[in-house]
Ligand binder design. Structure first.
Ligand SMILES: Cc1cc2nc3c(=O)[nH]c(=O)nc-3n(C[C@H](O)[C@H](O)[C@H](O)COP(=O)(O)OP(=O)(O)OC[C@H]3O[C@@H](n4cnc5c(N)ncnc54)[C@H](O)[C@@H]3O)c2cc1C
Length: 314
């Protein structure tokens, strides 16, 4: 079993940035990633300063290539367990599916989220292409075109909020409420923003020369250039839960791992970065957050190093 300062679980935007910051601080880092970044179905990554719409794979390959000068070991594998080791200071044994084992003084969980898509036939087929979730990521490319926002039945507020947001990119937005009736205040706000409302359920989504056809129960087909959906998000890994980290159940970070201002979870030595802790972050935000977390980890390790040195100083 090899020793490391930090094992990072997850090698997408957050994990790679944490590795870069810690590697440059001369920490010995192992980064384990099993290659399932959340945006992998997307054609391009938008709204990322300094990058002109790379594919998700191109952006990650470029980030990985920057780690070569540092003591960062990249491992293509899935972390299956993280065991705390009884010791004066935090220490962990990390084991992977293919039998890799590392000991670490700190863990970074950068394991990200998965999206549960609406159960409408056709939606998953076009996910990341003409079906997307985030107007800030993909709204500019379809600006001024006919757009649809799909709400989740029973959660109309999120659909309403997203449709209002989307109205900044196009004056032809239709909100499909998935069978929910909206209240008068919501209807007034949507009307004021120029958003049309359809309460019928969308039965399927099919390709059309000008985008996608949203097919309703009575067979009516409504063509839209792009379809925005509200997804339910879940942690991609249960490692945080198994380690006993506090999870957030409500508020803006609901579904995230609970952290303090610098990324420390409720379990000493275990940190969380990127969308693992802040589900709403875009790619550059996940990387930026991870940089802050990595700086705090380095400082915490340095404190431990100095304390040890003081104790053993002759
Ligand atoms: C369809 C789509 C399009 C998007 N488009 C954009 C866009 O254009 N611009 C933008 O800014 N944002 C976009 N986003 C959001 C963007 O994907 C996220 O902000 C970003 O991926 C978050 O990075 P992350 O590192 O936090 O997590 P992730 O990218 O989800 O990475 C988590 C990594 O951890 C790995 N992992 C998980 N568990 C384990 C384990 N046990 N062992 C080893 N590895 C593990 C996964 O394989 C994955 O590689 C999009 C999202 C989606 C769904």
């Amino acid at each position: 079993m090899s020793d490391s300062d930090v094992v990072i679980v997850g090698g997408s935007m957050a994990g790679l940035q944490a590795a870069l910051t810690l590697g440059r601080a001369r920490r010995r880092v192992v980064l384990v990633d099993d290659g399932q970044p959340r945006n992998r179905p997307a054609r391009h990554v938008h709204n990322f300063l300094g990058q002109l719409a790379p594919t998700p794979a191109e952006l990650l390959a470029s980030a990985r290539s920057m780690l070569a000068p540092y003591d960062v070991t990249l491992v293509s594998d899935r972390v299956e367990s993280i065991q705390p080791v009884a010791d004066g200071v935090p220490r962990f044994k990390v084991s992977t599916r293919q039998g890799g084992q590392w000991s670490a003084r700190s863990i970074v969980l950068a394991t990200g989220l998965t999206d549960e898509l609406p159960q409408v036939p056709g939606i998953s087929q076009w996910w990341g292409d003409q079906v997307v979730a985030c107007p800030h990521c993909h709204g500019w490319e379809v600006r001024d075109q006919p757009l649809a926002q799909l709400a989740i039945r029973g959660l109309p507020a999120r659909g309403v909020q997203r449709a209002l947001l989307l109205s900044r990119w196009s004056n032809d937005v239709l909100l499909f409420t998935d069978g929910d009736e909206l209240g008068g205040e919501d209807l007034a706000r949507l009307a004021a923003a120029g958003v049309g409302v359809r309460t019928e359920r969308v039965r399927s989504v099919k390709q059309h020369a000008e985008g996608l056809d949203l097919v309703l129960a009575d067979g009516e087909a409504i063509v839209r250039r792009a379809v925005f959906v509200v997804t339910r998000q879940h942690q991609q890994s249960d490692l945080a839960a198994r380690l006993g980290c506090r999870l957030i159940s409500d508020g803006p970070n609901a579904g995230g791992v609970g952290i303090d201002a610098v990324g420390q979870t409720s379990v000493p030595g275990v940190w969380a970065a990127g969308t693992t802790a802040n589900p709403a972050l875009l790619a550059i935000g996940a990387a930026g957050h991870a940089s802050t977390v990595a700086i705090a980890i380095h400082a915490a390790l340095l404190d431990q190093d100095i304390d040890t040195a003081v104790r053993t100083y002759p």
